[in-house]
Design a binder for this molecule. Structure first.
Ligand SMILES: Nc1ncnc2c1ncn2[C@@H]1O[C@H](COP(=O)(O)OP(=O)(O)OP(=O)(O)O)[C@@H](O)[C@H]1O
Ligand SMILES: Nc1ncnc2c1ncn2[C@@H]1O[C@H](COP(=O)(O)OP(=O)(O)OP(=O)(O)O)[C@@H](O)[C@H]1O
Ligand SMILES: [Mg+2]
Ligand SMILES: [Mg+2]
Lengths: 258, 258
């Protein structure tokens, strides 16, 4: 039965989209059936997987799913990455935050739809936008757990308190099943003293919910997303690809016993 | 008469806060009187200038200004950086997007308040959150122009179309004075072919509205914000400080003839 996992952190540019795309693609290569939902109006995950938004095929996006004007099955597209489907996003989503405010059950729009397709996949990942507004609340209400990317820079821990209190609010009002899959350290640069300090601090505060796998800074990851393909297809031997394949294996082991 | 400039880009992690803090501080060192407004619930600009949010002094923040429960003058704090004041942000701001929706004139809350203090400063900068929701709309409605930081990475140009169409909407509905101060290329790494491609592409698309000054990738900028101080006070001789001082001089020259 498909487990739903949101990739979330309201801090911008920490590696949410890079992790959503490359963890999904790595799990697909390891024979898991994966759906990636792009819930960010910037639609970076959509273009990172080479989906052309201006193509007439992509008329149904996450925006129509949230507004309930399409069945979720009609919005699913296949990608050139094995075992990986995507629900694309679109810039129309920017309006959803304001449009949804006066709708009944506005926090549950997504969970009602996701239940229709959960059993078709092993895992469903949601790439969240850099905010804690209604779109993100909808994603968290529909999720079984979260992965929080944390950049190895100053401020890495700054917004985490607010994120954790939002999680507690979701657990008590909308979704008491929501757990934490793990915190993921990203953009690690071993030459910088700063990166090593952040790792120590995060492990001290959060202990065993931090993934052992650390994603290193590697420009090939940016290049791959620019070419509209996952790191596995772009350059399977680079540091970025090895990091994300190791993360996928660690993720599978964590979920074996469940 | 104080000119109001929003630092805006809905893409996360592109250097909005780093630019807001260090351009403001550099202009302060060049004897301009500056106010920085932190309009992001993450409150990174507030902590980058060493303001302690848990101190009883900082009870009035941008949240209270937007909700009209304090006079804007009462929310202004001085910083340890010469000629630079700040209006701090707080995490309560996350609720403002939803709270403001049903208020009359919801897009103009900030411009009504800013007019009371405009003449006390040469320039007022606003550090915007990574989204195009009601908070950002309020900031743009209250601004004379915008600076758009663009990271020298793939996708740098992706969201710009949507940002420009939002600007046009603001110009026709709320603020026909809104102009573009410039596009600023950030996190440039001369060793990467990718960075050079992005610069060529941006200059080709946008020509002379791109600042000549380019901000290079320099870890001292992260370290400075982690220590709660501007790059000028932290390490005035490093690349990051020289880049932002040059930007400040270029900015002053652009505004001399106005
Ligand atoms: N490990 C890495 N090494 C080098 N560059 C990286 C790495 N991870 C991400 N990047 C680059 O950093 C930038 C930000 O990453 P990404 O877009 O994944 O973050 P995000 O959290 O999804 O951002 P947003 O908050 O805008 O949604 C992108 O240009 C991406 O290519
Ligand atoms: N020129 C630079 N060189 C190196 N690191 C930088 C540079 N500019 C910014 N950074 C670092 O990159 C990260 C993102 O920068 P910053 O927080 O200024 O972006 P932002 O656009 O304000 O992000 P958000 O979308 O979350 O508001 C921070 O950790 C910052 O210290
Ligand atoms: Mg993203
Ligand atoms: Mg910022």
């Amino acid at each position: 039965m498909g487990k739903v996992i949101s990739i979330v952190n309201q801090k911008g540019g920490v590696g949410k989209t890079t992790t959503s795309v490359n963890l999904s693609a790595s799990l697909g290569v390891l024979e898991k059936k994966i759906l990636l939902i792009d819930a960010d109006p910037q639609a970076n995950a959509t273009s990172s997987l080479g989906v052309n938004l201006y193509d007439e095929k992509t008329t149904k996006t996450f925006y129509e799913v949230l507004e309930n004007t399409t069945s979720i099955k009609d919005s699913i597209l296949s990608t050139d990455s094995p075992n990986l489907d995507i629900i694309p996003s679109s810039i129309d989503l920017v309006g959803a935050e304001i449009e949804l405010v006066n709708v009944n059950d506005r926090e549950k729009m997504l969970s009602n739809q996701i239940n229709l397709i959960k059993s078709d996949y092993d895992f469903i990942f949601i790439d969240c936008p850099p905010s804690l507004g209604l779109i993100t609340i909808n994603c968290l209400s529909a999720s079984d757990s979260i992965i929080v990317p944390i950049q190895c820079e100053y401020f890495a821990l700054e917004g985490l308190g607010k994120l954790m209190s939002t999680i507690r609010q979701i657990q008590s009002h909308h979704n008491n099943e929501l757990g934490i899959e793990g915190l993921l350290l990203t953009m690690y640069d071993s030459r910088l003293r700063l990166s090593n300090n952040v790792i120590e601090e995060v492990k001290m505060h959060f202990g065993n919910i931090v993934f052992d796998t650390i994603i290193q800074r590697n420009v090939r990851l940016s290049e791959a997303s620019g070419h509209g393909t996952s790191i596995i297809k772009y350059d399977a031997n680079c540091r970025g690809a090895i990091n994300y394949l190791n993360l996928a294996k660690e993720f599978i082991n964590k979920n074996l016993n469940k």
